[in-house]
Ligand binder design. Structure first.
Ligand code: SF4
Length: 320
């Protein structure tokens, strides 16, 4: 693990037993996140990206795999077994601020709660700190005395971000945090996240299906499909030179806004079919049932990881 690594995940597996069988939600995933970096984890619904984030948060315990945080903390344990220090340092912002903020509490108490839990302020300074956090995310002090239902979607999400920032974390999971917002609120929240990251050297794991958001704030991108990671690359290279047919399929389905975008868009990779059930993932390359380039070996054997000189990793038999 490099010195610059804040989180290292290796061989992570999380299965769920349900009436119909076993759902292999996360099936052997490895990656690392650097200090001050935004790593995007992208996939369709059912890809396992949210489960991955929730294991890191301690909402689920992994079946196997290693999750090492800051070189010494073991994250492969449930939330209740984590130290207060670890709980303080790893935070999450959920998709829907409407349900993640308590409607009976004023903003000052919502943001004040983690400050009290982690004993970061005393009762005489707590509201100064809440006001500071509100200013920091671009909301004024006057928001302290509002209830969540008096706020717009973007304002609610900024309150949720201020609450996540209150305990001075190093690592924040952004779990579809801008998906429920309109375009202008989304831009405001993304700008705020970018500013906070620069000022506090924060690391983000950005879980999303929205490639537009990825392009705006991620440094690196990983593509997840049916519990496995199939491509990983720096953001420019990911959009400029996507290698995996699944990535090409996702990128070809985004409407191009400029002539340049249209020129770099992958051609001839049509979006076909639905993601198969994680209850019975296809053998070999899990994407072979939707891949226009599938060869006989694809349905027999799992493709190996191919690493290029620029650190671009692709898992596909086309590059063997
Ligand atoms: Fe397509 Fe085969 Fe590559 Fe999978 S391994 S993406 S099926 S070409």
């Amino acid at each position: 693990m490099g010195d610059n690594t804040i989180l290292s995940v290796s061989g992570l597996r999380k299965y769920f037993q349900i009436k119909e069988g076993v759902v292999k939600a996360v099936d052997g995933v490895s990656f690392s996140v650097k200090y001050g970096e935004t790593l995007a984890l992208v996939g369709e619904s059912g890809s396992g990206k949210t489960t991955t984030g929730h294991v890191i948060m301690g909402f689920y315990t992994p079946d196997s795999g290693e999750l090492l945080y800051k070189g010494s903390y073991n994250l492969a344990v449930p939330m209740k077994k984590r130290s207060l220090e670890l709980k303080r340092d790893v935070q999450i912002v959920f998709q829907d601020p409407g349900t993640s903020l308590n409607p009976k509490h004023m903003v000052k108490d919502i943001i004040g709660l983690p400050l009290r839990i982690h004993r970061l302020v005393n009762s005489s300074t707590i509201y100064n700190r809440v006001a500071e956090l509100l200013e920091f995310v671009g909301l004024g002090e006057e928001f302290m005395f509002k209830y969540p239902q008096e706020l717009g979607g973007g304002e609610k999400q900024l309150v949720a971000i201020a609450r996540a920032l209150a305990p001075n974390p190093s690592f924040i999971i952004l779990d579809e945090s801008t998906s429920a917002l309109d375009v202008s609120s989304q831009a405001k929240v993304l700008n705020t996240l970018h500013k906070i990251q620069k000022e506090h050297n924060l690391s983000y794991l950005l879980i999303t299906h929205d490639l537009g958001v990825v392009r705006n704030i991620a440094h690196r991108v990983m593509i997840m499909y049916l519990g496995k990671i199939y491509e990983e690359a720096p953001t420019d290279e990911f959009f400029g030179k996507p290698l995996h047919p699944y990535t090409q399929m996702l990128l070809s389905s985004i409407p191009a806004l400029t002539k340049e975008d249209e020129e770099v868009k992958p051609k001839g990779v049509e979006s076909v079919g639905e993601i198969p059930s994680a209850l019975s993932p296809p053998k070999g390359c899990r994407f072979h049932t939707r891949c226009p380039f599938a060869k006989p070996i694809c349905s027999e054997r799992e493709p190996p990881d191919i690493v290029t000189d620029s650190g671009h990793v692709v898992r596909c038999w086309l590059y063997e």
